[in-house]
Write a new protein. Structure first.
Length: 128
């Protein structure tokens, strides 16, 4: 509303000339209805123009706020890029470790020594 008021105040005043007849008896003016209608239409056009300009200007967002928002979004994008890079490095390390482990032979259970086998056999025989 303030913007509309300011636009109307800054607008160049338009001089309206109304034709009127002055009454000799009372000193009052008599204005024809067509003259009043012309004045009303002209002021309605001025008000509509001012409202349109005010709405257009209020619809335009503040550039400083938009720039701050863009800056914040750029910072978030940079953080996300760093996180993606870190995840890629971790993934590469895990992949290399998996490849190393796949290349190594599977650990085998060591065969018991013959003396151990004999000892176990003797123990099993003696305990029944």
């Amino acid at each position: 509303m303030e913007l509309k008021r300011r636009i109307l105040a800054e607008a160049k005043p338009i001089a309206f000339k109304l034709s009127a007849e002055r009454s000799a008896d009372t000193g009052s003016y008599r204005i024809e209805q067509s003259e009043l209608q012309r004045y009303i239409e002209a002021t309605a056009v001025m008000r509509a123009t001012a409202e349109t300009v005010a709405m257009a200007q209020s619809a335009m967002p503040d550039t400083a706020a938009l720039e701050a928002q863009i800056s914040g979004l750029r910072q978030v994008a940079e953080l996300l890029r760093q996180q993606v890079d870190d995840l890629r490095e971790d993934r590469e390390r895990w992949r290399l470790q998996a490849e190393r482990l796949a290349v190594l032979p599977a650990p085998t259970k060591p065969e018991p020594e013959p003396n151990q086998v004999k000892r176990i056999w003797r123990w099993m025989r003696s305990t029944g």
